[in-house]
Design a protein around this ligand. Structure first.
Ligand SMILES: [Fe+2]
Length: 356
């Protein structure tokens, strides 16, 4: 139920051109304990008063000079927020069906015929105010629920991102216990995707899916992955399986991010010239996999591995560039080199270029 105090504090606006009617209503409301009442005998003032007073209920006469009750309701209508319940109680001497319908369609919620009966007036007012406050309460609850849903959605999204990061980390744990490599490949793949002019949403998907490219390594034995020295042809075949095994782990999902991750896992060792794991070539290799191939190689080259020391960024770029048209998509190599060149420029110059 609505608290008595709330009802009695409701803002009530009385609009009637007859001073006597206004006074009668004012007295009646005051005697009943209503504390927040405003009134006017000039209906042209209603719009202004409405904005300042923000009434919870309007008692409105229909027949008035200048602006009649219908015109007042038409003025107020657009000021009432969608979904808000603002009760207007129409007071009128006599009303036929047609006028009643017109009033109802213009915003009236209830009618009282003059001469007014005090008890009826008070009961109608209370009913309308209760309805208004129940509406307001529902709206508050709806808003609270919406905020809660938003919060939960954010948490779920955060959990999803973290779970994927941890999965990528688990797969790379033997090579890189810090989990930094998959993260860096993700960032770099995102940068390259943007530099290649892919749409923003696709860039973000690639950034999030790329860290999972080697998830299939989970299924490759320690003895092979951690073997010092070179691998036998048979062992190399075992390593190559990580692409299809990763794709299998990620397969069957309805989620676009995981579908993309599956594609990347399967094809990130394809080569532009067709000499990769599955012998796909050029445009037949999915774009995201072509991007990750470059990001992965560049990151491996520029960071220490148990079997090899890191090379400088400049040397790694020379290597990537040498593989243009062989291992890598030439257009992507070009975009990659261009992006790096921009990074090497002094900060001020880079900002000028980026802004132009
Ligand atoms: Fe790989």
């Amino acid at each position: 139920m609505i608290k008595e105090e709330t009802i009695k504090n409701a803002r009530i606006l009385i609009v009637d051109d007859q001073e006597a009617n206004v006074m009668l209503l004012e007295r009646l409301l005051a005697a009943t304990g209503y504390t927040n009442v405003m009134s006017t005998t000039d209906s042209r003032q209603v719009l202004l008063m409405f904005g300042k007073f923000q009434p919870d209920l309007i008692l409105l006469d229909l027949n008035m000079p200048h602006l009649d009750g219908y015109a007042v309701m038409q003025q107020i209508g657009p000021r009432v927020a969608e979904g808000e319940y603002l009760p207007i109680l129409v007071l009128t001497a006599e009303i036929n069906v047609e006028a009643k319908q017109k009033a109802l369609t213009t915003g009236a919620k209830d009618f009282l015929t003059k001469p007014l009966d005090a008890i009826e007036v008070l009961l109608r007012i209370r009913n309308l105010l209760e309805t208004r406050y129940l509406h307001l309460r529902l709206q508050d609850q709806k808003q609270l629920l919406e905020e809660e849903v938003e919060e939960k959605t954010r948490e779920l999204e955060q959990a999803r991102v973290e779970i994927l990061q941890k999965l990528a980390m688990a797969a790379e744990y033997r090579d890189d216990p810090t989990g930094e490599h998959p993260k860096r490949v993700g960032e770099l793949a995102g940068i390259l995707a943007r530099a290649a002019g892919l749409p923003k949403a696709q860039v973000e998907l690639i950034r999030q899916a790329a860290p999972l490219h080697d998830v299939g390594k989970i299924a490759v034995s320690d003895a092979i992955l951690r073997k010092p020295g070179s691998l036998t042809p048979d062992e190399f075949e075992q390593v190559k399986l990580h692409a299809s095994l990763g794709a299998r782990i990620l397969s069957g999902s309805q989620v676009p991010l995981l579908q993309l991750a599956e594609e990347i896992a399967l094809y990130h060792h394809e080569r532009w010239d067709g000499s990769g794991y599955a012998s796909l070539r050029e445009q037949a290799i999915p774009m995201a996999a072509r991007i990750v191939a470059i990001a992965d190689t560049f990151d491996v080259l520029t960071h220490d591995r148990p079997y090899r020391a890191a090379v400088s960024k400049a040397d790694a770029l020379v290597e990537v560039s040498a593989q243009s048209g062989r291992q890598f998509d030439p257009r992507l190599v070009e975009a990659f080199l261009k992006w790096h060149k921009k990074q090497d420029l002094p900060k001020r110059l880079r900002e000028t270029i980026l802004a132009s």
